[in-house]
Write a protein that binds this ligand. Structure first.
Ligand code: TAP
Length: 484
């Protein structure tokens, strides 16, 4: 990866103009692999900036919603091409800003371009139905209206894909947007917004305001002119957003945490399962909402599975993500580093056996933790119940597949789950019984396709779905029309 000269200061985008925060205040975004390195400065905005952005979005809404949907889609198509032509620079920024390895960052950026193209195409597709009326003189049909101004609040772990999978459908279905990214990934987010702005979107259609969750995030949720809030992030923040939005009658959509199980049945292809657990659990340093966290293995293959897993995990190279010899990058921030280290300590205190990993390197300065594998994990332990969001795998032994399903379902989350088996009956039973929005057989728990619905069950979600055709449900309201 070549060294690029980076711009240092990133501004807000309000009503088509790049501008500093009204306070003049900025914050630095740093490299978790080298915390003394500043990746860039973002605006630490105030309520005044947010209000301007919401007003701009509201003003732009009248014209934008009237435009033909294929025309709205054409802006997304242009943005996709611009994103593609900047893939190296954006991916490099992502790696430096939140520690995801460069190949993964590049893959995510290309995914962002593919999502934009998918929703550009949605502008050409039908959005309503003609429904037979009992009145022979009436024409009855549905049409969809945009919500108006939509607030987009995103986490740091997929700083390109998540903002794009929210903003692209919002825009193509006729909404205008105010986007508040996570502070830890504000610079990468600014680069995405630059691509959308360069695509020539009319002023005010997309607005970008950086700053704290408590001021800008909460301000968006509480703003009377914001008609919809789409949020991805932690469960704690999501619940609060849901309650606030409900209280003022705004539409909301929440995608939150996970505690995703992989079940290895005694007839599984063990090598396949080992590779999938490593990829699903440890890529992106385990910081995916769909990351494998619990590995529930039948007694008959437990020894073979755990030995093969250990051997491979011990060979994983941890580094800054920028060089070929680093398969896994650092934790994304100091907070993440302390939180993951805390869970590893808790695992040991509560009686689980740390088979490998969990080491830190104080001399390296970066927020590195080597991938950890725990054995003897029981259902009641904290590391079997709470989302860790880091490179930690908890191995759990079960006797039967029924016990495996029960263990898998015995958490509050329900985002993603996998089963490894060579038996079709077991696969079908799993598909029926597992409590998860993303159900995978002989495939890792992470990794979703952009054209398919995405979202969780139980406390992982507000039970709507994102991506694919499903996105239209949140970003529009149905009107049922009868014309006589
Ligand atoms: P959070 O701390 O919840 O932050 C998410 C976003 O909410 C950030 O932009 C944050 O701003 C903002 N925010 C914070 N407090 C707020 C408030 N009171 N009102 C409104 N907005 C507020 O999550 P995170 O640490 O960035 O991301 C990790 C979490 O995201 C994990 O739990 C993970 O499972 C979840 N996640 C879920 C999914 C899906 S699709 N289910 C995908 C990725 C991640 P600041 O940056 O300024 O704090």
């Amino acid at each position: 990866m070549g060294v690029t000269v980076q711009k240092q200061e990133y501004l807000n985008l309000i009503k088509g103009k790049w501008m500093p925060a009204a306070s003049g205040d900025q914050r630095s975004s740093i490299n978790p692999a080298a915390p003394e390195e500043v990746v860039g400065y973002y605006q630490y905005s105030t309520e005044e900036d947010l209000n301007k952005a919401v007003e701009a979005a509201q003003e732009a809404s009248t014209e934008w919603r009237k435009k033909a949907a294929p025309e709205r889609g054409s802006y997304l198509y242009k943005a996709a091409n611009i994103l593609e032509s900047n893939v190296e620079e954006i991916a490099e920024t992502m790696t430096r800003e939140m520690g995801k390895t460069f190949p993964e960052a590049k893959g995510e950026t290309m995914r962002g371009a593919a999502i934009l193209k998918y929703y550009a195409g949605e502008g050409m597709r039908k959005t309503g139905d003609v429904i037979p009326s009992t009145d022979q003189e009436a024409l009855m049909f549905t049409k969809r209206d945009p919500l108006g101004v939509v607030g987009v609040i995103t986490p740091w772990n997929f700083p390109v894909a998540i903002p794009v999978w929210k903003m692209a459908p919002a825009l193509v279905y006729g909404n205008t947007v105010v986007f508040k990214p996570a502070q830890e990934a504000a610079v990468t987010a600014a680069k995405i917004v630059e691509c959308l702005a360069q695509a020539g979107l009319p002023e005010g259609v997309i607005n970008f305001v950086t700053g704290s969750g408590s001021t800008i995030g909460q301000g968006l949720v509480d703003h009377s002119k914001v008609n919809g809030i789409t949020f991805t992030g932690s469960e704690q923040v999501g619940r609060d957003i849901g309650q606030r939005a409900l209280a003022r009658g705004a539409k909301y959509q929440l995608e939150m945490g996970g505690k995703n199980p992989v079940i290895v049945a005694d007839d599984a292809d063990i090598d396949l399962a080992v590779d999938a657990v490593i990829s699903g659990g440890l890529k992106s340093t385990g910081q995916k909402c769909t990351a494998t966290s619990r590995v529930i293995v039948q007694r008959g293959v437990y020894e073979e599975f755990s030995q093969k897993l250990l051997q491979k995990v011990k060979g994983i190279k941890v580094g800054d993500g920028q060089h070929e010899n680093s398969w896994m990058g650092p934790c994304a921030s100091e907070n993440q580093f302390h939180s993951v280290s805390g869970y590893i300590e808790k695992g040991k205190e509560e009686g689980a056996t740390l088979l490998t990993g969990g080491e830190t390197f104080p001399e390296k300065k970066g927020y590195y933790i080597t991938p950890a594998v725990f054995d003897d994990v029981t259902r009641d332990m904290t590391i079997a119940r709470e989302e860790i969001f880091g490179p930690v795998l908890a191995l759990m032994k079960v006797d039967t597949l029924e016990e495996a399903f029960e263990t898998a379902n015995d958490v509050e989350y329900g985002l993603s789950a996998s089963l490894f088996t060579t038996n079709i009956q077991k696969s079908l039973a799993f598909i029926d019984e597992i409590e998860a929005g993303l159900v995978r057989v002989n495939a890792e728990s992470a990794g979703v396709e952009l054209q398919a619905p995405f979202g969780g069950m139980k406390r992982s979600s507000s039970h709507s779905r994102e991506q694919g055709e499903a996105a239209i449900e949140f970003f529009t309201s149905i009107k049922t029309v009868l014309v006589k």
